[in-house]
Design a protein around this ligand. Structure first.
Ligand code: ADP
Ligand code: ADP
Ligand code: ZN
Length: 214
């Protein structure tokens, strides 16, 4: 099962991608997590990506595509994967199509988690992220057992630098200009699934599973 998660920043792509990955035992591939891990480890890729991420801009396509194409060649991807935060531009989607075609594969579903812009700033300002294991929570909607501590690994949670309101507005603008066109791109391929992301986490998941298992 090869799945792409689409949706605005903060729509709940990561939250749902993790649940899908767990249920169907496929890897969750988040390009944002990969960049953040590289930044944390001070790699060259991390240094290059950071300046764009801090400004709420997309990292250039050429820094993203090769990384993902290499990732899907790894053994754990034989039964599929869930992409979260990739592709984010039409050129990235085309590059992915080309790479998959070359090995006789294709995307099965592109799941668009729909959340209006008016809900996004609240989602992002309440988001707390674990930079150690990638788990995400929300202060009100998805609280941790102990405040500020990751339920999964016990690390301290952070408010991501790019989740500050000014940067969120910039990211939303970038989303509408560069990523939203992917909705039509995948609709035209007949693989688009749309779900209402304003519902609670469990309901959104149920809606996704019901389509994947049709
Ligand atoms: P969110 O989950 O809130 O949408 P991500 O963790 O997916 O955020 O991405 C954080 C930042 O990482 C983005 O704002 C962008 O700068 C960069 N990034 C992640 N994935 C991509 C991608 N596929 N193409 C370009 N930039 C990306
Ligand atoms: P994305 O990966 O699309 O940027 P996340 O999955 O990180 O989004 O979710 C953004 C924030 O909203 C997080 O704080 C997350 O805990 C919270 N969240 C996710 N899904 C829901 C939901 N259905 N209802 C309320 N809050 C949610
Ligand atoms: Zn953790």
């Amino acid at each position: 099962m090869k799945i792409i998660m689409l949706g605005a920043p903060g729509a709940g792509k990561g939250t749902q991608a993790k649940r899908i990955a767990e249920k169907y035992t496929v890897p969750h591939i988040s390009t944002g997590d990969i960049f953040r891990a590289n930044i944390k480890n001070g790699t060259e890729l991390g240094n290059k990506a950071k300046s764009y991420m801090d400004q709420g801009l997309l990292v250039p396509d050429e820094l993203v595509v090769d990384l993902v194409v290499d990732r899907v060649k790894q053994d754990d991807c034989v039964n599929g994967y869930v992409f979260d935060g990739f592709p984010r531009t039409i050129p990235q989607a085309e590059a992915l199509d080309t790479a998959l075609k070359a090995i006789n594969e294709k995307i099965d579903f592109a799941v668009n988690v729909e959340v209006p812009d008016s809900n996004i700033v609240d989602r992002m300002s309440g988001r707390r992220a674990c930079l150690n294991c990638g788990a995400t929570y929300h202060l009100e909607h998805i609280p941790t057992k102990v405040e500020g501590i990751c339920d999964v690994c016990g690390s301290e949670l952070v408010l991501r630098d790019d989740d500050k309101p000014e940067t969120v507005l910039k990211r939303l603008k970038v989303y509408h200009e560069q990523t939203q066109p992917l909705i039509d791109f995948y609709k035209n391929q007949g693989v688009l699934v749309e779900v209402d992301g304003t519902k609670d986490m469990a309901e959104v998941f149920k809606a996704i599973v019901s389509v994947l298992e049709q």
